[in-house]
Design a protein around this ligand. Structure first.
Ligand SMILES: CC/C=C\C/C=C\C/C=C\C/C=C\C/C=C\C/C=C\C=C\C(=O)SCCNC(=O)CCNC(=O)[C@H](O)C(C)(C)COP(=O)(O)OP(=O)(O)OC[C@H]1O[C@@H](n2cnc3c(N)ncnc32)[C@H](O)[C@@H]1OP(=O)(O)O
Ligand SMILES: Cc1cc2nc3c(=O)[nH]c(=O)nc-3n(C[C@H](O)[C@H](O)[C@H](O)COP(=O)(O)OP(=O)(O)OC[C@H]3O[C@@H](n4cnc5c(N)ncnc54)[C@H](O)[C@@H]3O)c2cc1C
Length: 556
């Protein structure tokens, strides 16, 4: 995050100064924004940067215990520099959060500089090798030119020039949220690869006396656990491509001082980051548990995969907070639509009158038609957004201010943002396949995946569709059965569909997911290499177990 921030927030002179040092690994940096007391509420960050016009320096300070920077990756022992987000003060006025490049350690002996107290925050649930750290600043001085001044400036005499948009400071977070959508796709693809390959190798139980034990991948329940997640990994692959395209287009516009789509990008990236990381987080556990006891072994790769992925739901914007950010924008769009404004592409459906399109229960609707079902996802999303938006309006009519009305409706707002994100993902998946240049055989297999993703998405949220009369109960049951009917068809290609992710064994880091399927021999080999097996009799025997056993044996 250090380099993307410099690339996005530096003047051209600052780029020339800092970026070559980064690219050549002459300095290593981190992104120090979160503090002990604040991670979500950025306007509440307490680190200060006071401008001293006499020396043309900023004085950075951690005024309270809660202002200590806390969590930034590689801050503890590795980074020589940091982008520090601090409240800018100049000529006696506070101008809010701004980014500053701060050198933390000497480039000669790597010792912390004067005014810098830095260290590791201690062991975490995962990310063991990463020295997430703390940083306490004590009246640490940096040159004026270390404030990243592409969008806002402080002149030598201390005069402040404000940015075209205050939220341009948040640009790196948007970029990383887009990466996390990709990260979710990759993590779920890895977990699906491990679970499906192992399920093809593992044989268990005797369905009928004398019959060979079947592959557990042949059990419909195992298929129902894994194949919707496999389809989701493909869905997330396509949606991260679409998200990155939108990010690149909007970022190009921002670089040309066109800020018209910055809110739409923030809302979409926030919703997709939260939706994909929540779904992946839960999916990793389903994949682990589908592998029985061996799934719980470190040898499976699942413990590390989960422990390293699960903070994706927290960092780069806690998921609930980001869903609320997305919903806040959707409510704004409903108002804009009502006042006749044209809405941008990803939310234009909110100005359509979808309610008249479908009414649940009418017979003869083709419930296997993906285009039709995507229109139901659209109706569900539109209904949820309008319902939540109406809640906000009623709160305001009852005398609340906007913040109070948004907070009061926040549970429904999160549901609306989830439905919006789900619609975008399902629609993108189906549309991406139409554009794919592939053989009819491949198109058929991918259509099966898209179908099971769309069907199962409705089955798992059928309440939303039934409550709003988008589907009747019997139609929801039919769609649920359509998903189950697809499972044996996907079974035929399941291993090939995970092989297609092409994870090398060294990357997958899983004995269960080995490409050669040689699991048992390698599990035994892996166990023999366990540190506890260095000696037949563990040294602890002589200290504890031996004396205990001998003492009790003498009583026999
Ligand atoms: C090449 C790679 C290939 C593959 C990748 C594959 C695998 C990689 C895997 C993972 C991805 C990579 C990296 C991740 C790995 C490890 C993690 C590493 C680091 C983690 C770093 C961090 O966590 S950094 C810190 C992150 N912190 C946050 O995100 C803070 C969240 N909080 C906020 O953003 C703000 O508090 C808030 C915006 C939520 C609220 O702000 P507030 O001011 O209180 O309130 P509002 O009034 O709601 O907002 C004001 C207006 O500002 C608009 N806004 C807010 N944010 C933005 C934004 N980002 N962009 C644009 N606009 C924004 C908001 O909409 C409001 O506007 P209005 O018009 O409505 O007023
Ligand atoms: C592995 C890891 C790596 C990290 N790396 C970095 C890094 O490199 N740089 C960096 O600066 N930070 C980093 N962070 C910090 C991370 O960005 C924050 O933890 C994250 O932004 C969440 O903020 P918080 O911890 O203050 O949670 P909080 O905001 O305190 O969240 C706690 C609960 O409060 C709820 N909540 C908060 N605000 C609201 C609201 N307005 N409405 C409703 N509910 C709300 C949340 O939904 C959540 O349930 C990292 C964190 C982790 C775990």
């Amino acid at each position: 995050m250090f380099i993307p921030t410099l690339e996005r927030q530096c003047t051209s002179e600052q780029r020339e100064k800092f970026l070559p040092l980064c690219y050549d690994y002459r300095i290593i940096g981190t992104y120090a924004q979160t503090e002990l007391g604040h991670g979500t509420f950025l306007r509440g960050l307490e680190t200060t940067a006071h401008y001293d016009p006499n020396t043309q320096e900023f004085i950075l300070n951690s005024p309270t215990i809660s202002s200590i920077k806390w969590w930034p990756g590689a801050l503890g022992k590795t980074s020589t520099h940091a982008v520090v987000l601090a409240q800018l003060y100049t000529l006696g006025k506070c101008h809010g959060i701004h980014p500053f490049v701060v050198q933390l350690r000497s480039l000669d002996d790597h010792k912390p500089l004067r005014g810098i107290t830095v260290g590791d925050i201690g062991p975490k649930m995962g990310f063991g090798p990463n020295d997430n750290g703390y940083l306490k600043l004590h009246k640490h001085r940096i040159p004026r030119t270390n404030m990243l001044m592409k969008y806002s400036q402080v002149s030598p005499d201390g005069t402040y020039t404000k940015p075209p948009r205050s939220t341009l400071t948040y640009g790196t977070m948007t970029f990383v949220r887009v990466l996390i959508v990709h990260g979710s796709a990759i993590a779920l693809a890895k977990a699906s690869t491990i679970a499906i390959r192992y399920s093809a190798v593992r044989r268990q139980s005797e369905l009928r006396p004398g019959e060979p034990e079947p592959q557990i991948l042949s059990y419909p329940t195992q298929q129902h656990k894994l194949f919707p997640l496999l389809a989701t990994a493909y869905a997330f692959h396509f949606v991260q491509l679409a998200m990155m395209k939108i990010y690149t287009d909007v970022n190009d516009q921002i670089n040309n001082s066109n800020f018209s789509r910055i809110q739409e990008l923030h809302a979409l990236s926030s919703g997709l980051k939260a939706f994909t990381s929540w779904v992946t987080n839960a999916g990793l556990e389903v994949c682990r548990m589908s592998c029985g006891g061996h799934g719980y072994s470190q040898a499976s790769g699942f413990p590390r995969l989960y422990a390293d992925f699960t903070p994706s739901c927290t960092y780069e914007g806690e998921n609930t907070v980001l869903m609320l950010q997305s919903a806040r924008y959707l409510v704004k769009c409903v108002r804009d639509a009502r006042s006749g404004k044209t809405l941008p592409g990803t939310v234009s459906y909110l100005s359509e009158d979808v309610s008249a399109v479908h009414s649940g229960g009418s017979s003869g609707r083709d419930l296997s038609n993906l285009d039709f079902l995507i229109s139901l996802y659209k109706q569900r999303a539109s209904n949820q957004v309008h319902f939540a938006s109406d809640k906000v309006d009623r709160g305001i009519s009852a005398g609340m201010d906007l913040v109070g009305a948004l907070n009061s409706a926040s549970v429904h707002l999160v549901s609306a943002a989830k439905a919006h994100s789900h619609y975008f993902i399902a629609k993108t998946f189906v549309e991406s396949l139409k554009l794919l240049k592939a053989s009819s055989e491949l198109q058929n297999v991918l259509h099966q995946l898209a179908s099971v993703y769309v069907f199962e998405g409705i089955a798992q949220s059928s309440g939303d569709f039934i409550e709003d009369y988008i589907l009747s109960g019997s139609e929801a049951k039919t769609i649920r059965q359509l998903a189950v009917d697809l499972l044996p068809l996907i079974r035929v290609n399941a291993v090939s569909l995970v092989d297609a992710f092409s994870f090398r064994d060294e990357v997958l880091q899983s004995v269960l997911g080995r490409y050669d399927g040689n699991v048992y021999e390698n599990l035994f080999k892996w166990a023999q290499n366990s540190p506890l097996n260095k000696t037949d009799v563990h040294p602890s025997y002589h200290k504890y177990l031996g004396p205990l056993l001998k003492r009790n044996q003498s009583k026999l």
